[in-house]
Design a protein around this ligand. Structure first.
Ligand code: NI
Length: 242
């Protein structure tokens, strides 16, 4: 889009999607970009179906615990909070009033919530929703039914299926041994994290991933986020009643 197009959009609506991901290792098969590729794909489709717009994806997140693996590019929690603050302030200054932060990385949740507690008090005109794709209606039920306990917590068949559906050919065929589930006793730094999860996967069986599962998950994520964007009580309907 160019700026007059955004200006025209703002005459009829004040909503925007802000996708937030990460750039971090996802085990020996799934790609490093998994968390930003998923939300970028979902956000584009949600924007199309609702007639709203999406900001470019923020491809970096709080991934300090993954820094034992090459390819990871991490923001500190405090940096991520400042990035969000500046971007939401930019949106406010230029006329947006409602933001749906669509998140693709579990490690972003605590830093984003902590930052939002400050941001919404600094910018009381802005209505901000924070949702992760796996919170969309029907997604956790689907993951449970398709993968059960083998969905795990990182490098999962769920997120990998989404990437396979959205970007065919990106995830290579490869058998990866299921590592089982281990939990840290104390809060792990990057070194302890790698010692605990040597191939980078946390309790997930990535061999179960498929584009078909990805398509089904994508549909649920998109439908759920369309609903979030249309909810009158929070983000509300657009000025034009859409
Ligand atoms: Ni991920």
């Amino acid at each position: 889009m160019n700026w007059p197009e955004v200006e025209a959009y703002l005459r009829t609506d004040d909503r925007i999607i802000l996708p937030l991901g990460s750039t971090e290792q996802h085990g020996p098969r799934a790609v490093i970009g998994s968390d930003h590729l998923t939300v970028e794909g979902i956000a584009r489709e949600v924007a199309q179906r609702t007639g709203t717009i999406t900001a470019p994806v923020i491809p970096y997140g709080m991934s300090l615990h993954h820094l034992g693996f090459p390819g990871t590019l991490a923001l500190r929690s405090s940096t991520l909070g400042l990035v969000l603050r500046d971007l939401i302030a930019s949106l406010e200054k230029t006329g947006f009033k409602r933001v749906l932060i669509l998140n693709g990385h579990g490690g972003n949740r605590a830093p984003v919530e902590s930052a939002l507690a400050e941001i919404v008090n600094e910018l009381p005109e802005m209505k901000v929703k924070f949702r992760s794709w796996w919170e969309a209606e029907g997604v956790s039920e689907y993951l449970q039914e398709a993968f059960g306990d083998r969905e795990g917590h990182h490098g999962t068949p769920g997120e990998t299926s989404l990437v396979m559906f959205l970007y065919p050919g990106v995830v290579k065929e490869k058998d990866v041994p299921f590592p089982g589930m281990r939990r840290p006793e104390t809060y792990p730094d990057a070194k302890a994290f790698k010692a605990l999860y040597p191939n980078g996967i946390i309790g997930a069986d990535v061999n179960l991933a498929s584009p078909e599962h990805g398509k089904n998950l994508f549909e649920r994520c998109v439908a759920g986020m369309v609903k979030e964007l249309s909810n009158r009580n929070d983000l509300g309907i657009g000025k034009n009643g859409s």
